[in-house]
Design a protein around this ligand. Structure first.
Ligand SMILES: [Fe+2]
Length: 257
């Protein structure tokens, strides 16, 4: 499996605070069946004063982690990435090389504030796409307008955006309400990727995908569940075309609260 959202690099953001802690995350991921992890530290924003970020720094930390993996004989492949918080200058900053896409691809992991409005969401995705990039939107289950009406994701999907559900939202670690939303997003093809968004080896979100994949398979079948943690992530990293299942609008009256 491939984990496209993981805070695995030490001492950059709110992820692990030591190389040992990062290596423990690697062991947990490998034991779960993950073979490729994208290191996606938070990109610096006007609000994240305590986090450090630069493309050079991320590349240095990845090199250090890869050396440690080789020394410890841990066969996890690390791919560079960044969790980019959307601000209006993001398209220019990506083009200028100040923010990383996934590996050598044209796809970025884009995060929005939970209180973003639908029109802003659509405009932001469109602006990034217009700049020539594919968008993977991080944890849509946290966005208030999605919680209120998951169908707001449909125009984004029809426009080529991809959505990344957090694995432990589906397994219930974030509570029943979020789990029901996650199940609805999966069963209506409103999300195309599952990733851990792990921040540590044992606390908060952990680098695990297997249980979420199993639960997704119960909802949508084995092949479609595997696509979310393998086939689609591979296509993202390789810049291959992706033709996800068509989203099914939720017809019944939806109530999150
Ligand atoms: Fe994250």
């Amino acid at each position: 499996m491939i984990d496209l959202h993981c805070h695995i690099l030490p001492n950059l953001d709110d992820g692990p605070t030591s190389l040992d802690m990062a290596l423990e995350m690697v062991r947990v991921a490998l034991a779960d069946g993950i073979t490729i992890t994208a290191a996606t530290p938070h990109g610096r924003t006007s609000r994240s004063v305590s986090w450090v970020y630069s493309v050079d720094l991320v590349q240095q930390r990845i090199a250090t982690l890869r050396d440690a993996l080789a020394a410890a004989d841990l066969p996890l492949t690390i791919v560079p990435g960044t969790e980019i918080f959307y601000e209006s200058d993001v398209p220019e900053r990506i083009k200028a090389g100040e923010l990383l896409t996934y590996g050598n691809s044209r796809t970025i992991l884009l995060e929005f504030g939970n209180d973003i409005l639908v029109t802003m969401l659509e405009q932001a995705v469109f602006a990034v796409q217009l700049a020539g990039y594919r968008v993977l939107i991080a944890h849509p289950e946290r966005i208030k307008v999605v919680q209120d009406n998951p169908n707001v994701l449909i125009p984004l999907i029809e426009r080529g955006a991809l959505l990344q559900l957090t694995a432990d939202a589906l397994t219930g670690s974030q509570g029943k309400r979020i789990q029901r939303l996650a199940e609805t997003l999966v069963s209506h093809a409103l999300v195309q990727v599952m990733a851990s968004d792990a921040h540590g080896p044992h606390v908060r979100r952990m680098p695990l995908l297997a249980e979420a994949r199993r639960q997704a398979a119960n909802l949508i079948g084995d092949a479609a569940a595997t696509a979310m943690v393998h086939d689609t992530p591979i296509a993202i990293l390789a810049d291959l075309p992706i033709d996800p299942p068509s989203p099914e609008p939720i017809q019944s009256r939806w109530k999150f609260w």
